[in-house]
Design a protein. Sequence first.
Length: 272
Amino acid sequence: MPKWLLRHFDLYNQRLLLSNQTTLTYRQTVVPACRHCNSERLAPLERRIQDNTASARDYFLWALKITTGLSYRDSTLPLDRSDPAAGTVVPPDSFVETAALLKHGLLSLDRPGFRFSPDPFGSVMFLPAESNDFALVDVPRPYRALAIALPGRGHLVVLAGDRGVLATIYERLGSAKALEQLAPVAGAQSQLTGIIFGMLILRSHLAIPRGIRLERDGMISDPIPRRIPTISQDRVLYRDIAATLHIDDDAADLAYDRYAEMFSGGAHMRWR
């Protein structure tokens, strides 16, 4: 977590809830980097985010940096402090794929001709905030989403693995209709958590191509068809996504009963 954001929201001594229901202070989420990375490579990106002059690509890379750092920190924390053999909060290799994407994507900061296709490489959205308080929703692999409050901008939401599909759907539906369709959980801890749950449920039903080519001067996705095949999902997946967001099984079951039949296997969804 960047120090400027911790200072703005006075977060250093406030506590972050982890997936194993333990907590740590936000100051413990700061992951050290080398002086060159902090002062030369990443500082201009941080300034653009802080000054509200960032591009959608900047927000994508910044969110990828945040979620990779949080996953790395989770991979060093014990799942059960009373049982060292239980492993860590997330497996040590859980952030490797995201870290590889981040490392390659950050080459764009050094190479003006670096190309992303699509650009940004995932969904980047801003949602209105219910208050001026800080909020953070970090969903690690395999679902991968980050929502974070930014001063004066509401909540930045980034889905790193959907190639921008959800952001396009959100824009096409319009914010009011999208909020209704993408936030099916009345029992979520916050509207933001419910929206992220709805987005991840929708994402799980779409067979978005996952192939990526990491080229010297680019990050290129396999083509995304205009009509994406839909996938049937079971109740277990709904509950698994809900658990990553601290949403109970009853709320997940309500969402499953309401939405699962809408996405039968063999159908298609036009997203643009």
